[in-house]
Write a protein that binds this ligand. Structure first.
Ligand code: HEC
Ligand code: HEC
Length: 291
């Protein structure tokens, strides 16, 4: 093969690879938002367990999902968007397929990339029907007209770069795992996907990529240190300790947890069903959950 031909081939392969990375998966058109009471109740529960309100709460009304909060990070300030069904400033005009693609693949209806300040990579492991239930409930809310400001990020941080970032992040992700019981598997789903505990508790590299090999080994969050919650760190915690912690934030040493974790307890874990709280406790304390 001549040099020229080799360069040409390499170039063509690179272009093909880039195209593959950039091409948005098509939004499904065989799914729809539901309006039945059962799905809406399930959606409300999952949105609460997913901690969406911690970031999407309104600047004026803390109970609305109208956005506006500015999330500080090493890569600038990200202003959380409005996810109420307002057609102009929220997600009112979205199809169920577009919602599913945003939550699971990090792509906007226009095909653009979301930044990982939206922890969609955690939500990416959710079951389609769970995501659709969440979307159905959000669509049933009162629309609020509010346009979040533009993100304040460095000039070089461009959305298309997320294609490469996503590829790298995938290489560091936690692998498949066998679980001791259905309860533990449910706990893993709640911890890794819905509850996105790793977004704060797992260390990142300098690109902000979560290091799956050190899952829950503790991290820095702005000025705060976030404790490790891996098996070694939780050696002293029993299943019941963990269960009570998720409910009221009390640690086995008799102290109440502080910082951002308070919010996670208030908006998210304290509202879980007994069964789901047990599942999280079983997953973290490597306990079968059965006496
Ligand atoms: C840690 C903060 C955080 C949490 C938790 C969070 N989000 Fe977001 N979300 C964001 C940010 C920041 C963006 C904007 C990302 C961007 O512009 O690239 C976003 C974007 C979105 C979008 C796209 C909106 C648009 O106008 O394009 C949807 C839909 C969404 N989030 C839904 C949810 C749902 C549902 C949950 C809970 C299951 C959730 N988010 C939890 C921070 C968060
Ligand atoms: C928004 C970031 C954030 C998320 C998401 C988060 N945590 Fe935390 N967590 C913290 C911070 C910060 C602390 C330390 C609080 C303090 O200073 O007392 C903490 C502390 C804890 C502690 C106490 C550890 C110790 O030894 O004192 C446990 C246990 C814990 N988190 C479990 C969880 C679980 C389980 C989840 C997922 C359902 C979760 N966290 C999600 C930020 C977070």
């Amino acid at each position: 093969m001549t040099i020229n031909r080799r360069i040409w081939l390499t170039g063509a392969l690179l272009v093909a690879l880039l195209a593959l990375l950039y091409w948005p998966p098509s939004a499904r058109n065989d799914v729809a938002f539901a309006t039945d009471a059962e799905t809406l109740a399930k959606g409300e529960y999952l949105v609460s367990a997913g901690g969406c309100i911690s970031c999407h709460r309104g600047a004026a009304d803390e109970t609305a999902f109208s956005g506006g909060l500015g999330l500080e990070s090493d890569f600038g300030t990200f202003h959380v968007p409005n996810i109420t069904p307002d057609a102009a400033t929220g997600i009112g005009g979205w199809t169920a397929g577009e919602f599913l693609r945003a939550m699971k693949h990090g792509r906007s209806p226009g095909g653009g990339f979301y930044f990982p300040s939206f922890p969609w990579r955690a939500y990416g492991g959710l079951a389609d029907e769970d995501v659709l239930a969440m979307g159905s409930w959000l669509m049933s809310l009162e629309p609020v007209s509010f346009q979040a400001p533009e993100h304040e990020t460095p000039w070089w941080l461009l959305r298309p770069f997320m294609a490469g970032w996503n590829l790298l992040a995938g290489l560091y992700a936690v692998g498949e795992e066998e679980f001791a019981s259905d309860l533990v598997a449910r706990g893993a789903y709640l911890a890794r996907n819905l509850g996105h505990c790793g977004e704060c508790h797992t260390p990142r590299n300098s690109l902000g990529i979560l290091l799956g090999s050190r899952e829950f080994a503790g991290a820095e969050l702005g000025e705060d240190t976030v404790e490790a919650i891996d098996a070694a760190a939780l050696e002293e915690w029993t299943f019941d300790n963990f269960d009570l912690f998720l409910l009221i934030g009390l640690k086995p040493d008799g102290e109440f947890v502080g910082g951002d974790m308070n919010e996670v307890i208030e908006y998210n874990t304290s509202r879980l069903t007994d069964e789901d709280r047990d599942a999280l406790a079983a997953f973290f304390t490597r306990h079968s959950g059965e006496d």
